[in-house]
Design a protein around this ligand. Sequence first.
Ligand code: SAM
Length: 470
Amino acid sequence: MTQPVSTPLQQLVVLIREATGNVIPAARLGSLEEVAQRRAQVTVRGGLDEYVRALAAHQLDGEWGTLVSLVTIKESYFFRAPQQFDVIVKQVLPALVRARAGPRHLRIWSAACARGEEPATLAMLLAEEPSLSGWSWTIVATDLDEEALAGARLGLYGERAVAQVPPDLLERWFKRRGKLFELDATLRSRISYQILNLAHAPYALPFAELDLVLMRNVLIYFRRPLQRWVVSQVAKLLAPEGYLFLGASETLWQIQDELESVDLGPCFAYRHRKSQPAAAPAPAPPKRSHRRPTPPPAPPAEERPRWTDQNPRDWSVSRAATAVAPAPEPPPAAPAGGVQERLLAAARDLSENRVEDARRILEGALAADPSEPATHALEGFLHDLCGRTEEAVGSYRAALYLDPALFQPRVLLADCLLRLGKRDLAEHQFREVLTLLTSGREKALALFEGLPLPDRERAGRRCRQVLKGG
Ligand SMILES: C[S@@+](CC[C@H](N)C(=O)[O-])C[C@H]1O[C@@H](n2cnc3c(N)ncnc32)[C@H](O)[C@@H]1O
């Protein structure tokens, strides 16, 4: 049988996924191609095929770092998802202060920290917290992208990044430098920045146990098996009393059983289970020390990066695994048509109440491409239908994270929030929908015509009715 021939672009997508876990969705292939063509000119003075071949054969020193920096998404800002920081200050820190009253030391990890907006937000809050005076705390902030970390160490931010910093904190912790804002150097010195690839074991962190982990808005770029593997690594590092926060739109539902979601009011966190999960075999109780006597298990074979050594700065993937001819793997992402067909089938199953069939299809679709907003929206609809309102909120948020202009998941999210008694948050979403509808920038989920989703008129009516107090 002849090997399927894949294009250099498809090979590059596979290389990136193997090295970093990041799935490049179909919609971003065009911009990846542009970036790669540019890099090909600069590095091999040739075409994409020569570039990919040279990249796979380790002939381009330092090129992985440059490429990764260009293709990963660095969207972040101070006080992103402020409800999570509020909960950290009001609920998590008091609990940790009680749990750590002996050593009076907190160990915190901001995984995938981008240019440092997230760990710096946390550092400001810790520095301001009276109950931590006399305590020591360390934040280790990691990312795959060396350039982003260099930016974090520099501590210079534009207006957009600091727009949500409360004015008194802005005044105390930043210095104006022309159009930029410089984060206070003493605060920066309390954060240790280091490169760490979440898709690559072992995680070389300075602590064996962590009290608080923020791993927000990064799992969304990985396939399901890698998400599961990453979470299992993090669970090993999380102290028995520790807390894990994901992005506000992310959920571990159906990804793993080790950690359980804890409702903290405005948001969720994940913690070690107090009791065994119902159907799973009994996991070992959380250990005091999470030092690993044996090497950690490898990432799932499908996603496993093939490293030549354990140096996270070395972006090279092994020659054997990624030789360009024949293709390293069959072409990557399912064709767009494939995703659409799966979603149509899932929508049909849902409209005819075949919930389990729909769930299986959606799980497959998410495993193949976690970056398709419609899949998350349908998953939200499925949860909603089954009465799992909190999970529905997570899925709708994921859809909106990927495409904020979708008005239907937003209305459905708002209704879920109402049902959960979170009227303020719900009203905010209803207002967002109205703004979208009046601006004409809204997008509809045309795929789901078989499902009872609100059209523009009904959505607008619903928003106005709730906002009038209905
Ligand atoms: C959207 S930003 C999230 C930043 C921040 N956590 C937040 O929520 O605002 C995603 C970050 O994940 C990083 N990233 C992507 N793949 C990664 C990997 N395999 N290991 C570590 N970081 C990764 C990217 O470089 C980027 O900085």
